[in-house]
Design a protein around this ligand. Structure first.
Ligand code: PMP
Length: 445
C-alpha cells in the first residue's frame, strides 16, 4: 500500500510540472486555461479505462476532477477582473487622480431615507445581540411575505429563508454546503466570477458553457444535456445577467429547469438584479422546485452595498445545511443591519430602477455611436460589449483607460472574453457621457 501511494505522489509531481509548463505556453499564446473539449476527450478515456479495469466510474471521474482542478490552480495567474481594476482605481484616487468608476456595479445613489431612521432605532429596539444563524425571525417572516407578494408565489415561509451578509455569502454557503469535492457544477459564461471561485475553493469541478454575442447570450440546451454526468450536482443561473444584462426567453429557461429536474440537479439562481429587469422575467421560485436556491440582495435594489446584506430562498432542509456553515463562519449576520434591511423593505425603490434604465439608454446610444458590438441588455446595470479591433486585449485596454481617468471592467474576468469590456451604468448621466468620451478617444487613436 505504501509503495502504491508513494508512486501516486511521484506521478502527481510529474503531472503538476507538466501542467505548469502547459500553463506557461497557454499564457504566451493567450489561450484560456480551461479547454472543455480537451478535458472531455480525456474524460472519455478515463471512463473507458475504469470500465476496462472494473473501477467505480464515479470514483475515477471524481479523482480525475481533482487532477483537473489542481492543473487549473497551478495555471491560474493573477487574472485581472473588475475588482482588481477597482482596487487599482481606488489607490490612484488616493494619490489624488480623478477616476470615473464604470467598472463596478455599485449604484452612486444612497439607500432609501428610511434606512437612516432605522439605524437610529436599532439601539432602543435592542437589536444589538447575538442571534440565530438563519436570521432574526421577524425579518425572515417579513422577507417571506415580501417575496410571496412580489413574485406571486404561495409556498414561501420564513422556514425557507436564510439571511446572509450579502448574496455573495449565500452563494458561498450554497456551493460549499451542498456539493462535495469532485462534484461538478455547470456555469454559463460570461458569468460573475465568484461562482467559479467558490467552486474551485471547495474542490468542485467547474464545467463551463460558453455563450456568445452571436447566439444572443443563450446557452444551448443540447450542450447542457451533454455535459451532465453522474458527478454533476448543480447548475448556476443568473438572470438578469451580470455582465450581459440578458434575460433568458421563458421557453429556454423552462427547458433548463426541466433538464435540472430530470437529472436531480440543484439550481442556484442568483436573482439580485431582478429589480432591474426591463423585459419579461420569471423567477426560478415560480417553478416550485425543491432543489432550487434563489439568492437576493439589498446591494443593488436598495443601493445598500456597504451594509452587506442579502438572503437566500430555498427548501427548509437546504436552509438548515447552509445555516450550519454560516454559524461556523460568522455566528450570525449583524442584528442592527438585519433590522435596518427589514425597514428598507418598506421603501419604494422604483426610482432606482428608472434611474438605471435611463442610464443604460445613454450607454447604449454612446456605444452604438462608437461602433461597439453588443446585445441590448434586457436588464441589470451593465453593457457587455465587444471591441472590434485586431488583437484587442481587454485587460491591457482597461489599464490604459485607467491611466486616462476611466475605470472599466475587462471581459476576461467573466470568462474567455478577451475582446470584451463591461461598462457599468452606475454614475450620473454627465459622468457616463464623460466616461464614454474617454473611451471613444482611446479607441480612435
Ligand atoms: N451576484 C452577482 C451577479 C453580482 O454581480 C454581485 C455583486 N456585484 C453579487 C452577487 C454580490 O452581491 P452582494 O453585494 O449582495 O454580496
Amino acid at each position: 500500500m505504501d509503495e502504491v501511494t508513494l508512486e501516486m505522489i511521484k506521478m502527481l509531481k510529474t503531472r503538476t510540472d507538466i501542467a505548469r509548463e502547459i500553463g506557461d505556453v497557454k499564457k504566451n499564446i493567450g489561450k484560456a486555461i480551461t479547454d472543455e473539449s480537451r478535458e472531455d476527450n480525456l474524460r472519455e478515456k478515463v471512463v473507458a479505462l475504469s470500465k476496462e479495469i472494473n473501477l467505480d466510474e464515479e470514483i475515477a471521474t471524481k479523482f480525475f476532477n481533482f487532477l483537473l482542478n489542481e492543473s487549473i490552480k497551478v495555471q491560474s495567474t493573477n487574472k485581472q477582473t473588475h475588482l482588481s481594476i477597482f482596487l487599482k482605481a481606488k489607490s490612484l484616487e488616493q494619490q489624488g487622480k480623478k477616476i470615473i468608476h464604470m467598472e463596478v456595479g455599485e449604484p452612486d445613489f444612497l439607500p432609501p431615507p428610511i434606512v437612516k431612521e432605522a439605524l437610529g432605532e436599532v439601539y432602543d429596539k435592542g437589536f444589538v445581540k447575538y442571534g440565530q444563524a438563519k436570521g432574526i425571525p421577524i425579518f425572515r417572516e417579513t422577507l417571506a411575505k415580501y417575496i410571496s407578494e412580489k413574485f406571486n408565489v404561495t409556498n414561501v415561509t420564513s422556514e425557507n429563508i436564510i439571511v446572509s451578509p450579502g448574496a455573495r455569502f449565500s452563494i458561498f454557503t450554497a456551493i460549499t454546503a451542498l456539493l462535495n469535492p469532485g462534484d461538478e457544477i455547470i456555469v454559463i459564461e460570461p458569468a460573475w466570477p465568484a461562482y467559479k471561485d467558490c467552486a474551485l475553493n471547495s474542490g468542485i469541478k467547474i464545467r463551463t458553457i460558453n455563450t456568445t454575442l452571436e447566439d444572443n447570450w443563450e446557452p444551448s440546451i443540447e450542450k447542457i444535456r451533454k455535459m451532465i454526468n453522474s458527478n454533476t450536482k448543480m447548475i448556476v443561473l443568473n438572470y438578469p445577467n451580470n455582465p450581459t444584462g440578458k434575460i433568458l426567453p421563458e421557453k429556454l429557461q423552462d427547458e433548463i429547469v426541466e433538464v435540472a429536474k430530470e437529472n436531480d440537479l440543484y439550481i442556484l439562481s442568483d436573482e439580485i438584479y431582478s429589480e432591474y429587469k426591463k423585459t419579461k422575467w420569471k423567477s426560478i421560485l415560480c417553478y416550485n422546485y425543491e432543489k432550487s436556491i434563489v439568492t437576493q440582495s439589498f446591494s443593488k435594489s436598495h443601493a445598500m452595498t456597504g451594509f452587506r446584506i442579502g438572503y437566500a430562498i430555498t427548501d427548509h432542509v437546504i436552509v438548515e445545511k447552509m445555516a450550519k456553515l454560516q454559524a461556523l463562519c460568522l455566528t450570525n449576520v449583524s442584528e442592527p443591519i438585519q433590522y435596518t434591511a427589514m425597514k428598507a423593505l418598506e421603501a419604494d425603490t422604483s426610482n432606482n430602477t428608472n434611474t438605471v434604465e435611463d442610464r443604460l439608454k445613454i450607454l447604449i446610444k454612446e456605444a452604438e455611436e462608437i461602433g461597439l458590438d453588443f446585445v441590448v441588455p434586457d436588464g441589470a446595470m451593465y453593457l457587455f460589449a465587444r471591441v472590434n479591433k485586431e488583437g484587442f486585449d481587454g485587460v491591457e485596454f482597461a489599464n490604459n483607460t485607467l491611466d486616462r481617468g476611466l475605470a472599466i471592467a475587462p471581459g476576461e474576468g467573466f470568462g474567455n472574453y478577451k475582446d470584451h469590456i463591461r461598462i457599468s451604468a452606475c454614475q450620473d448621466e454627465k459622468t457616463l457621457t464623460e466616461g464614454m468620451n474617454i473611451l471613444r478617444e482611446i479607441l480612435s487613436e
